[in-house]
Write a protein that binds this ligand. Structure first.
Ligand SMILES: [Zn+2]
Length: 275
């Protein structure tokens, strides 16, 4: 699933083009993709967006009259594409907006299952929709992070991925961040020292910035990640082979030398814990 670096790179890319011209045709949309029906999509026609915004892993396109907002959640396989006038695109996108002059914004989704969603909402409804989200992870700072860690006893990898606590990080960047911070994915939040919290806050910003820079240049997963999905490849710091462990419903990647003092972590699958 795209996380902060991927979503923010798309936001920056879309900010200018989506606000250049008013929408002339909204839709069609796949029935599973469009999550709202009132107001109808046609309410967008004749309106112009003020730009592209982002909250956590969602993109928001507010109209410049302040009345409507298109909210997009791409989930795992959704992709947004801006097509110049005359540029050919997918025949049946999951969602399409056409702008004056012929350019288009299209949402496609690989695979048969449609999980990505588009909502057409009022600004008040957007607020309610996003209310459950925690503060943005990027720029959180060590003081605020220390408060969050003191609040509840959690394993670090799980805390970083919880959008209600910190917004914008998923399993891929949690792996990268914990590696950079030299912290075990299983470390307990309440047991972290001040220096460890400071290291974690620094690693959050440094890794998300590194990811954003790479994604803005169009880097693929292979080039962007250094730990995530790098099983058995040498750690970029110490050359120890990267290890993996199953935790809850996720597979975590980590360096046993840099992060766990040489210890190999044991699987903690959700199914096992429930038994
Ligand atoms: Zn290492």
């Amino acid at each position: 699933m795209p996380e902060f670096p991927e979503m923010e790179a798309w936001r920056r890319q879309l900010d200018d083009p989506v606000s250049a011209f008013p929408v002339v045709k909204a839709g069609p949309a796949h029935i599973a993709t469009l999550k709202t029906y009132d107001p109808p999509l046609s309410a967008l026609e004749g309106r112009r967006f003020s730009g592209a915004e982002r909250r956590a892993k969602r993109l928001l396109f507010p109209t410049d009259d302040g009345e409507l907002v298109v909210l997009v959640h791409l989930m795992t396989a959704g992709r947004l594409k801006y097509l110049q006038a005359g540029q050919s695109g997918p025949k049946t996108p999951a969602f399409r907006l056409e702008f004056q002059g012929g350019s288009q914004l299209v949402l496609t989704e690989a695979g048969a299952k449609k999980r990505a969603g588009v909502w057409l909402l009022s600004p008040e409804q957007v607020e309610a929709e996003l209310e459950h989200l925690g503060p943005e992870a990027y720029g959180i700072g060590s003081e605020r992070l220390a408060e969050i860690c003191a609040d509840e006893s959690r394993r670090l990898h799980s805390l970083l991925r919880d959008q209600r606590v910190l917004a914008g990080i998923g399993r891929a960047w949690a792996n990268e961040i914990l590696h950079r911070a030299q912290l075990s994915p299983y470390a307990l939040t309440k047991e972290l020292g001040d220096d460890e919290v400071a290291r974690l806050a620094e690693a959050i910003d440094a890794e998300l910035e590194r990811g954003l820079e790479l994604r803005e240049r169009g880097a693929n997963d292979q080039r962007t990640y250094r730990v995530h999905r790098k099983l058995a490849e040498p750690c970029y710091v110490c050359a120890t082979p990267i290890a993996q462990v199953d935790f809850e419903e996720h597979t975590i990647f980590y360096c046993p030398t840099c992060q766990t003092g040489g210890r190999i972590l044991k699987d903690r699958r959700l199914s096992k814990l429930l038994r």
